[in-house]
Design a protein around this ligand. Structure first.
Ligand code: ZN
Length: 149
């Protein structure tokens, strides 16, 4: 990864942290789950509406560090209109993305590629992954609490 790419990724993260998208609860028939990352103090709730196997809406609310909030903001935009199967694959690729060595190639994860900057700081991988783990819990078993511990 070049310094230019890293700088761009940091810019995207900061922009989504300052102005997060898709914030707030979903009412009426939406599933939700809460994710907790005690190491950092991130705690978010992800809401997801699934219709005919597709995610038609996804939002989040809560508190967290820049990486957690930016990841949730990026994620809720990316998953809309995708099937649960597609999202499960995406979550695996995001996991690989943030766990990879700093120079490794970036997989097909859309705008979540900005999370590649987290590779420089392995302890922050939990912050980046929390929204995705929470989304998976909401989509598959709404109402649960997941923890990075
Ligand atoms: Zn965090």
């Amino acid at each position: 990864m070049t310094d230019d790419a890293l700088a761009l990724y940091q810019q995207v993260i900061l922009e989504h942290y300052r102005r997060p998208r898709n914030v707030g609860p979903l009412a009426d028939g939406a599933e939700h789950a809460t994710g907790d990352n005690p190491i950092c103090g991130d705690r978010i709730t992800v809401y997801v509406r699934v219709s005919g196997g597709f995610v038609t809406d996804a939002t989040f609310e809560g508190t967290g560090c820049a990486i957690c909030i930016a990841s949730a903001s990026l994620m809720t935009g990316i998953v809309q209109g995708r099937t649960i199967d597609e999202i499960d694959g995406l979550i695996e690729r995001v996991h690989d993305l943030v766990s990879a060595a700093p120079g490794a190639p970036v997989g097909d994860v859309g705008t979540a590629a900005a999370l590649a900057g987290v590779r420089q700081f392995p302890v922050r991988a939990r912050c980046a992954l929390l929204p995705w783990q929470t989304l998976r819990a909401a989509a598959h078993q709404g109402g649960t609490v997941v923890s990075t511990e």
